[in-house]
Write a protein of this length. Structure first.
Length: 402
């Protein structure tokens, strides 16, 4: 029997630091926007889309990613982007999430008519409108709802990904694919710095997403150097489809403050460099380095289970070893629509499959706030975290936890 009442898990002030805007639409909104914007879907019913596209299980990561063609298809419109961001904020608050950092790649949504600033500004407008509505009705002592936007560069793309990428590949047709990808990443980094420094749009971080295998993080080192020199926080998708070496690259070459997924951190079979002879020692040293630096792992249990056939049951997930090694971890959704999940569901999965003590649970929740890329100055962040801790402890007493 669980130590935790479902109402307690719903009520506690949670975070989601790893949630993709384009993977977290309401399925009804997707259908509505597709009809309005004349985007062809394989089905125009929720049941049909859940059967054909947004499944409960997937064969692999490639099948998992197919749904993004449809979600990005309906996001080629600024009002649609604003609506999706607005609804995502409301959906999170409805389950007790008080802070989100939504991420997406603006270059997937740009065109001759939609600039980088237009696209990110539309998302910010939606989040800002939701925040105003939410915070106007809070009870005294409740932590307010807050948000940040993380800009994603892509490890890989081709001309079919978007109008922006099509134009870029045609203009730079004499450059290699690797050079084109590097150029797009540099542009995303420069645009992120400009937007953060010259607008009130709440851009708080930079990420590297997309196909990990065969697309090394090192190709994006210059882009990360740009954001690093401008004091922008950094996260990197790493260890999701590749091994410890990818995580090492993320934290040493890209100066990642957090790591997205980190699934294969402890997997010796995913180390391929012949120079690494003692794989156990390499993993031990890497895990210790991550723990000591408090580099937080953004864990996405449902998503990993869906995209990694080698994980037969959730108990095989490396999350247990992360806890055993005292890593800083926070539970995230990755994609609320594609994975049919929520932060509360992810917490329940962790509690049902791993030994999560009240202290473990509280630490995970608080790490989400402490290791967030909060947009306000650090003293304000401390005040916010303190307010969250006070509210969490109040709920612990109310529900007799711990």
């Amino acid at each position: 029997m669980s130590l935790y009442n479902d109402k307690f898990l719903q009520a506690i002030p949670k975070t989601d630091l790893h949630v993709h805007l384009d993977g977290s639409l309401r399925v009804g909104t997707l259908i509505d926007l597709a009809r309005t914007l004349k985007v062809e879907l394989p089905s125009y019913t929720e049941e049909g889309l859940n059967e054909l596209v947004f499944k409960t299980t997937y064969a692999d990561l490639d099948e998992y990613l197919k749904g993004f063609a449809f979600t990005c298809g309906v996001m080629q419109d600024l009002e649609a982007i604003e609506r999706i961001a607005y609804e995502l904020a409301l959906d999170n608050f409805a389950e007790g999430v008080r802070y989100i950092e939504a991420r997406f790649a603006p270059q997937l949504l740009m065109s001759e008519k939609r600039s980088f600033e237009d696209v990110v500004g539309a998302a910010d407008k939606g989040f800002r409108r939701a925040r105003t509505e939410i915070n106007s009705s809070l009870k005294p002592g409740e932590p307010p709802f807050e948000y940040g936007i993380i800009i994603c560069a892509m490890r890989f793309f081709n001309s079919q990904f978007s109008k922006y990428y099509d134009l870029l590949t045609r203009v730079h047709s004499h450059s290699s694919s690797r050079e084109q990808i590097k150029l797009a990443s540099l542009e995303a980094a420069r645009a992120t710095v400009r937007l953060r420094d010259n607008s009130d749009i709440q851009v708080v971080g930079f990420d590297l997403a997309g196909s990990e295998y065969g697309n090394p993080a090192d190709n994006h080192r210059e882009a990360y150097d740009i954001v690093h020199k401008h004091f922008i926080k950094k996260t990197v998708h790493a260890g999701e489809a590749y091994g410890p070496e990818s995580i090492f690259q993320a934290i040493t070459k890209l100066n990642a403050d957090r790591v997205g997924h980190g699934l294969f951190l402890f997997d010796e079979s995913m180390i391929f460099s012949p120079e690494i002879r003692d794989k156990q020692r390499y993993i031990r040293n890497l895990a210790n380095y991550v723990a000591d630096r408090r580099i937080t792992i953004e864990v996405c249990l449902t998503s990993n289970l869906q995209t990694t056939p080698s994980i037969k049951t959730l108990k095989d997930h490396s999350f247990g070893k992360m806890l055993d090694n005292s890593l800083s971890v926070t539970l995230c959704t990755d994609n609320r629509l594609v994975s049919h999940t929520s932060v509360t569901k992810e917490l329940k999965l962790a509690i049902d499959n791993f030994d999560i003590t009240p202290k473990n649970l509280k630490n995970m929740i608080i790490y989400g706030y402490k290791r967030s890329f909060f947009y306000q100055p650090y003293p304000k962040k401390r005040e916010y975290v303190r307010q969250v801790i006070n509210y969490y402890e109040k709920l612990e007493r109310e529900y007799n936890i711990g």
